[in-house]
Write a protein that binds this ligand. Structure first.
Ligand code: ADP
Ligand code: GN1
Ligand code: MG
Length: 365
């Protein structure tokens, strides 16, 4: 049942907040959680209330514990570096009145963070902003690179494991729960054709040639906040999927989202193409920060990361379509199919530019 303002205020009253809250309204356009902006007495937006999607993040204790570790660690790094305005550079979460880092109302799980004032997120960026974003995600990975192995749990096991995503896809095709397989036969064939080539990371890992690092794992362009006045990057947000994984995730999802001349769910496939200046600018910024810890194998594979994450998202959207739309929020019945086709078009464009993009990495090899 839809929640009322009073329901939200009752939930917020469980948290240990300094200011009196008066309203909560929907905000943002993520596919997984519900996000609300919370207004306090003076009319100012002060907090962000989120309903955690616990059907997807089944271990909320682990999830919130990971986020606590990550935000504390980054805060310490910023303090040590003498940074200013720290409350706008790292997310701050508030405990409940009984000292927990989330609230369970018997049905849903909730958390509250500080709203970052005078900030904005983008769905599209210029090359200048893309360069800044590359530096910021490179910094983010660097700041977390000294977390000892085993500190963070896998909030969604095998999240960016391509072999696992293909297994889920094969199960969805076999079950054909929504009776949609026949209609998407061509797309299924296209996915199968590429399956082997898209599992390089898992093979290299088994051979001991690739290691796991702490990644954000959801570096969509709207998961970063910029200063509304200066356009300087403030803060990396949406920390649910920060976990051990393969390094290509964090360049891959940015190329997939910001490096697309169209939208993730564009119906006009002519609009969907790779935006090379955005890729180059992000890579330049990212390499400035990440070169120090990347191996030559990883550097060589960075543009492949764009193809991989776009392929993975094609597979994930089609899997959800075949399962009858059980995972992603959809806004109309064919939404997951439209998303699949748009992601596949982007993949084809990335493939057409593969030699050029791979060659761009030679300057660092
Ligand atoms: P989802 O998992 O649903 O994507 P996000 O945590 O990314 O949720 O939040 C959705 C949007 O809300 C973001 O893209 C951003 O615009 C805005 N947002 C989230 N947290 C904050 C915050 N602390 N301060 C300001 N804006 C925020
Ligand atoms: C989801 O929560 P949001 O909208 O930032 C998804 C990502 C996908 C993305 C596709 C936990 O991200 O993995 O890449 O949608 N998050 C989860 O747009 O599955
Ligand atoms: Mg998000």
């Amino acid at each position: 049942m839809a929640k009322t303002k009073d329901d939200y205020l009752a939930i917020l009253s469980q948290f240990d907040l300094k200011d009196k809250v008066v309203n909560a309204e929907p905000f943002g356009n993520g596919h997984i959680n519900d996000t609300l902006k919370v207004t306090t007495e003076g009319g100012e937006i002060k907090y962000v209330l989120q309903r955690i999607n616990h059907l997807i993040f089944t271990n909320v204790d682990m999830l919130q514990n990971n986020i606590h570790i990550v935000t504390t660690h980054i805060r310490e790094k910023l303090e040590a570096a003498g940074a200013t305005d720290i409350d706008r550079r790292v997310l701050t979460f508030f405990p409940t009145k009984d000292g927990k880092n989330y609230y369970f109302d018997g049905e849903n799980y909730w958390r509250v963070s500080l709203f970052i004032p005078r900030s904005k997120s983008y769905e599209e960026v210029t090359p200048e902003l893309s360069y800044e974003a590359g530096r910021a995600f490179g910094d983010f990975q660097t700041m977390l690179s000294d977390l000892p192995e085993g500190t963070l749990g896998e909030t969604i096991p095998n999240f960016h494991n391509m072999e696992f995503r293909l297994e889920q896809f094969h199960e969805a095709v076999k079950a054909d729960a929504a009776g949609r397989v026949a209609e998407v036969k061509d797309l299924i064939d296209e996915i199968e054709k590429r399956a082997d080539a898209m599992c390089i990371q898992e093979r290299l890992y088994r051979e001991g040639k690739l290691k796991k690092r702490t990644n954000h794992c959801d570096t969509k362009v709207n998961n970063m906040l910029f200063d509304a006045d200066t356009d300087e990057v403030l803060c990396v947000i949406d920390l649910d999927t920060v976990m051990p994984g393969f390094v290509l995730s964090d360049i891959g999802d940015f190329i997939r989202t910001a490096g697309n001349t169209g939208a993730e769910d564009d119906k006009d496939l002519d609009k969907v193409n790779v935006n090379i200046p955005i890729f180059e600018a992000y890579t330049r910024g990212y390499m400035e920060k990440a070169k120090a810890f990347l191996t030559p194998t990883e550097i060589k594979l960075l543009p492949y990361g764009g193809r991989l994450l776009t392929y993975m998202q094609t597979v994930r959207f089609l899997t959800d379509y075949l399962n009858g739309d059980t995972y992603y929020k959809i806004h109309y019945p064919e939404h997951n199919l439209v998303r699949t086709k748009a992601q596949f078009k982007l993949l084809q464009s990335l493939e057409a530019h593969a030699a050029e993009m791979d060659g761009f990495m030679n300057q660092w090899l």
